[in-house]
Design a protein around this ligand. Sequence first.
Ligand code: GLA
Length: 411
Amino acid sequence: MLLKTALLLVLVAQVLMLDNGLLRTPPMGWLAWERFRCNTNCDEDPKNCISEWLFMEMADRLVQDGWRDLGYVYLNIDDCWIGGRDASGRLVPDAKRFPHGIAFLADYAHSLGLKLGIYEDMGKLTCMGYPGTTLDKVVQDAQTFAEWKVDMLKLDGCYSTPEERAEGYPKMAAALNATGRPIAFSCSWPAYEGGLPPAVNYSLLAEICNLWRNYDDIQDSWDSVLSILDWFVQHQDILQPVAGPGHWNDPDMLLIGNFGLSLEQAQAQMALWTILAAPLFMSTDLRTMSAQNMNILQNPLIIKINQDPLGIQGRRIRKEKSYIEVFMRPLSNEASALVFFSRRTDMPYRYQSSLAQLNFNRSMTYEAEDVYSGDVISGLRDETNFTVIINPSGVVMWYLYPIKNLEMSQQ
Ligand code: GLA
């Protein structure tokens, strides 16, 4: 009897687990929501409305401007694509804005070496009021997405009860698994339960979702970036350990290229999100991006750090007075990323420290490459004093690696 029960439990666990092997490093790509919202006014605003044409334009930019080759491969639809359900209950896209259908868009993305993501909502309606996935529709919708050859699903949580979400998210994970198509699963579930235990069970989430939104929606402002950062830091003891290859915390999209951030703030968001091992979903108009913003998002060293194979989320390790903070993320090959962040609003601040003061005690000699300027500082030992000059609401970011280790790995 006991054996039978144990076997049954193993089977249930296997069925419920999302076993797709995807997203061993945080996903990178483009997501429509923050920049393009629910603009369905294609008559008056044809270039910016949510339509297959917008996604094809962004797909073309992802390829032609070098994004795809740097890893930005996901082209993700958000809310407001749904037209309704047909007589058999199957989801159909808005016929006017997606006349060729989602399978066509997926083929287009795949033909360019990209992946297509789609959006639905575990509930009666999506957040913008389009038909949602109720419990009885979960399996059918998973099958529809798989037939369309979709590669990622963001499942939102508006218009449902906590009980419906507790049943629906694991059910969707199992249904996606059962399609046999590897579909990355982005769950907004924790954001609807306050983001913290005991209401949120992060071990369960890590088994059924590849990434999850923990907290509020990002808006196009520095205040919004700070409020998200503050929440993630405040709860880092809970959030840091639950991230890892295949299962990531998602502090929401990058604003870089939009209207709300200065250049320093854009560099800061990219650096801080990278410390957090966050998904890098741009949500901006790739057709009009400035060279400066492109340089931030296409910085090869910062992408390498974000995509580090160990997949360890970083932490804030220091807070000096109320305005200087230091973040650290451990990386493979005994390297680390350091971010020196200033909340000052007056002038560039000269911050003095040493690796020893930042809890380094490995008695090695390091080299630090400044991620944004490319400057290299050599011969850093634990006790060496250094000064970094941090601009107001800006960062200095270092890729720090031991020299001994580098020599050894080259032998
Ligand atoms: C919620 C989500 C956002 C976006 C909108 C769409 O607010 O958190 O990311 O998907 O819904 O309506």
